[in-house]
Design a protein. Structure first.
Ligand code: CAA
Length: 380
């Protein structure tokens, strides 16, 4: 596989880096402290095409490949993983599935504004009693004339407060188990649909996460995405791409931690010299760099396979599993290199650790990624 960047890919990477440094970095500590959603930043990201990166220009997207998306995700998450996850959910959990499986009606009415960043999307699969065991959907949808009536609750929904459009998985035929799950596009403001309070989280605090409730929420039939009974298939296939996005987010956090550690080690003095001259610190930095590169290569591999139209389910799971572990490890080492300074907000690395942890949990825990990888390796 050749990962030499094209001119376009380099430009995307550069513009994401500049945007992150000039527009995101100045407010990152304060937004994290206050758990404040980055409304203006998301608006600007949308105007620049970063919220519908892989959507074709036919539907107002940027028409870029997954590799470009990964590069942009890394640059943004290196500075602020909260902005990274908001961007990732809109791109890979919402826009991707709508373009691939949505009807013309869905694409024209919902995908276009999502791809332009005029509207924001959310993906609602998890429930209070259906997290890793996602086939156990309790939310139901029952047909009534040319509408479907949704009842139930969703949990841990990224963009739960800020999104305009929600992709909601609901059981439409209990007897068919996971083949009886259907995806509905629900608009914010639909009667019977509401969100719970914003979760007070350890990390990615500037992104919002909340539960959703549905009480006799009527959704028109044309808002079914793909087909009745295809909802679980939709969710799983969408999550395969989503996991590449989260792997890229984790690589960004790990790279951010490495950059911070290198910078600090070259200025901080102890025992008569910069701490970068001590082998104890050098070894940590060397190990971090190896892990970051390995995680990045796994992530680029999964993206390249997806772009080539090849199967990437196992590789996406491998990338997410490894990159999320590396993000946690690199953040921890960066704190250790910073000593006491690493334990306070000002130096960013404590936030990297808090933000890194969720990458081992959402869009499939590390244990679920291992299940996906092992099943692929052991089948036949
Ligand atoms: N890609 C495509 N299809 C998949 C798949 C994948 N990664 N994983 C499972 N499937 C398919 C299987 O092929 C099977 O299809 P058929 O029945 O049609 O043959 C079907 O799904 C059921 O699979 P299993 O029989 O293997 O079912 P299982 O219950 O033993 O395992 C699971 C399923 C892999 C554990 C699945 O439930 C899973 O991935 N769970 C994790 C869910 C998850 O990632 N949730 C995150 C939600 S989003 C989020 O985090 C919030 C946010 O806002 C960011």
């Amino acid at each position: 596989m050749n990962f030499e960047l094209t001119e376009d890919q380099s430009l995307i990477q550069q513009s994401a880096r500049e945007f992150a440094e000039t527009e995101i970095a100045p407010t990152v500590i304060e937004r994290d402290k206050k758990a404040e959603f980055p409304t203006d930043i998301i608006k600007k990201l949308g105007e620049l095409g970063f919220l519908g990166m892989m959507v074709s220009p036919e539907y107002d997207g940027a028409g870029l490949d997954t590799l470009s998306y990964v590069l942009a995700m890394i640059e943004i998450s290196k500075v602020d993983a909260s902005v990274g996850v908001i961007m990732s959910v809109n791109n890979s959990l919402v826009c991707y599935g709508l373009e691939k499986w949505g009807s013309d009606y869905i694409k024209n009415n919902y995908l276009r504004p999502l791809a332009k960043g005029e509207k924001l999307g959310a993906f609602a699969l998890s429930e209070p009693e259906a997290g890793s065991d996602a086939t156990q959907q309790h939310t139901t949808a029952v047909k009534d004339g040319n509408h479907w009536v949704i009842n139930g609750m969703k949990n841990w929904i990224t963009n739960g407060h800020s999104a305009d459009y929600f992709l909601v998985m609901a059981q439409t035929d209990r007897e068919k188990a996971h083949h009886g799950i259907t995806t509905f596009l629900v608009e914010k403001g639909t009667p019977g649909f509401d969100h719970g309070v914003k979760e007070d989280k350890l990390g990615i605090r500037s992104s919002d996460t909340s539960s959703l409730t549905f009480e006799n929420c009527r959704v028109p039939e044309e808002n079914i995405v793909w087909e009745i009974g295809k909802g679980f298939n939709f969710a799983m296939n969408t999550l395969n791409g989503g996991r590449i996005g989260i792997a890229a987010q984790a690589v960004g956090i790990a790279e951010g931690a490495l950059d911070a550690a290198r910078k600090y080690a070259k200025t901080r003095k102890a025992f008569g010299t910069e701490i970068a001259n001590h082998q104890a610190v050098q070894f940590k930095i060397a190990d971090m760099a190896v892990k970051v590169d390995a995680a990045k290569l796994l992530t680029l591999q999964a993206a390249a396979l997806k772009d080539a139209g090849q199967k990437y389910l196992k590789e996406a799971a491998m990338a997410k599993l490894y990159a999320s572990k590396v993000a946690v490890e690199c953040a921890l080492e960066a704190i250790q290199i910073h000593g006491g300074y690493g334990y306070v907000r000002e130096y960013h690395v404590e936030r990297f650790l808090r933000d890194a942890k969720i990458t081992e949990i959402y869009e499939g825990t590390s244990e679920i990624q291992r299940i996906v990888i092992a099943r692929e390796l052991l089948k036949d």
